[in-house]
Design a protein around this ligand. Structure first.
Ligand SMILES: [Zn+2]
Length: 489
């Protein structure tokens, strides 16, 4: 029996009276006033937490994990205001040692640079290393000489850039396409790093909505020792039959994964997005990907096989459609995003048993775009408080790589609807810290005897700090079933 004794914790959801917590065989077995529990034996690991706050492990309810693992390798240069400062940042990264075959930056915007890009700046920044920087709008890539040769070989034709080293349009798309085609062993390494980074933010579980059905990939990774997250792996219509043929229902544990991998939801996309103006809107604009009858039919097929639907809907028309589908099928599930809602649809979530799986940081990223393209309607956008008041269950997530895979960022955005020193956006739709917290766990507030010991220990009470305190929350330790996946203690 493996036993851990956590000393002097304060439990989230309580007044903070110090307690000792015993964990044995993966479960919380005893909670008592601080100083009253002793180790059961010489093998007990005693952890002095010095008043850290203890809560259930955190979840990100919407990720695209392979995409996230790829994107987080790239150096964010969006804050650089010149070619030279971009090259300097990449040089600094190169000096710390790049474990990969290519150094990749992303997010450059050269429209206001005082002098244009030059290829030789990148040649000098990272000698001996193919180096490429992807522009903020994805329509150009800035390469050094080694990168031009490297990508010419990959795409099978000579990529010619001028003295600036910049490739544009189709050449750029070919390069970024090649960048996301990485071999399994390399991708698994990136994923392993991203898993550790998630654990370091207190995450114990994710829903992976990668387009390519991920059950076999995650099984392989868990066997290889990437075991610091619980993963629910969802499936899209293209592979629904293959998933159904495995006989797994949503929530079923996949064999030989030590309980870490479960079948996820059936994910179906009904419309586009706010940023590309393809969200399906009540005014008739945007794009609907499904006819109602077809969507009902495929959703019913998934539900009959035991799969829980997760229906992507951004625009108000798409959300009405998604709720109509749940009503017609008579199933519970989630609406992913739920960004713009008709007033009459808000109360339907709770009534139909449909959870709102929302990504609060998108509201911070997109508030200006929404103010422009959803003008006059933004009081109904990202309406988290209205949903919570109407009894809907809120599930928080990042949609990584769209926003960083960090539940503290999601909670901060939900609680404060503010960032970067700006005033809160539609503050009436801010939710309580308690609602944000429950949306970032499995619904529990605190830890109790009998719980599976998926835990997080943090420096401050997450129910009592400001939105910026949430955003910068220091995580001290994370555990899955009583096994530390991260610890500073
Ligand atoms: Zn997504």
């Amino acid at each position: 029996m493996t036993e851990i004794l956590l000393r002097t914790v304060r439990r989230v959801g309580t007044s903070g009276a110090p307690a000792d917590v015993r964990i044995a065989d993966g479960l919380v077995t005893e909670i008592a006033p601080a100083g009253t529990l002793d180790p059961a034996g010489p093998d007990t690991e005693v952890v002095e937490t010095a008043g850290a706050w203890l809560g259930p492990g955190l979840r990100d309810h919407h990720t695209h994990f392979d995409q996230w693992a790829l994107v987080r390798r790239r150096v964010d240069v969006s804050g650089c205001d010149s070619a030279e400062s971009t090259a300097d940042l990449l040089a600094a990264v190169a000096r710390t040692g790049v474990p990969d075959r290519v150094l990749i930056g992303h997010g450059y915007r050269d429209g206001l640079w005082p002098t244009p890009a030059r290829r030789e700046l990148l040649d000098q920044a990272a000698p001996g290393l193919p180096t490429v920087v992807i522009s903020g709008d994805l329509h150009a890539v800035w390469c050094n000489a080694l990168a031009l040769a490297h990508f010419s070989a990959l795409v099978g034709r000579s990529l010619e850039a001028g003295a600036d080293g910049i490739l544009r349009e189709q050449d750029a798309f070919d390069v970024t396409g090649a960048l996301s085609q990485v071999p399994d062993d390399l991708l698994d390494g990136y994923v392993a790093d991203a898993v550790e980074a998630a654990a370091a933010r207190g995450v114990t579980g994710i829903v992976d909505l990668e387009m390519r059905f991920g059950l076999d990939r995650w099984t392989r990774r868990i066997h290889a020792g990437t075991d610091s997250l619980r993963v629910a792996s969802g499936v899209y219509p293209a592979e629904l039959d293959a998933a159904i043929s495995r006989g797994l229902r949503t929530g079923d544990v996949v064999d030989r994964t030590r309980g870490l991998l479960t079948m996820g939801p059936f994910k179906v996309v009904t419309d586009g997005s706010l940023g590309t103006r393809t969200a399906a809107m009540a005014d008739g604009s945007g794009v609907l990907a499904w006819e109602f009858d077809d969507l009902v039919a495929i959703t019913r097929r998934a539900v009959d096989a035991g799969l829980v639907p997760a229906i992507h809907a951004i625009g108000d028309r798409a959300n009405t459609l998604a709720l109509d589908v749940f009503e017609a099928v008579g199933a519970r599930g989630t609406i992913e995003h739920a960004q713009l809602l008709a007033d009459t649809d808000v109360e339907r979530f709770a009534r139909l048993g449909v959870a709102a799986s929302v990504q609060p940081e998108h509201a911070m990223d997109d508030r200006d775009i929404a103010d422009r393209h959803w003008a006059g309607r933004t009081d109904r956008a990202f309406a988290f408080a209205s949903l919570a008041r109407a009894g809907a269950r809120l599930l928080l997530g990042s949609d990584a790589p769209v926003a960083p895979l960090d539940p503290w960022v999601s909670m901060a955005a939900a609680v404060g609807r503010d960032r970067d020193g700006r005033d809160p956006w539609h503050p009436a739709e801010r939710v309580s810290a308690l609602a944000a917290w429950r949306g970032s766990t499995d619904g529990r507030v605190g830890v109790a005897v009998g719980d599976v010991a998926d835990l997080v220990l943090v420096e401050s009470d997450p129910l009592a700090v400001s939105s910026s305190g949430l955003r910068d929350m220091r995580v001290l330790a994370t555990a899955i079933a009583g096994r530390f996946t991260y610890s500073e203690l």
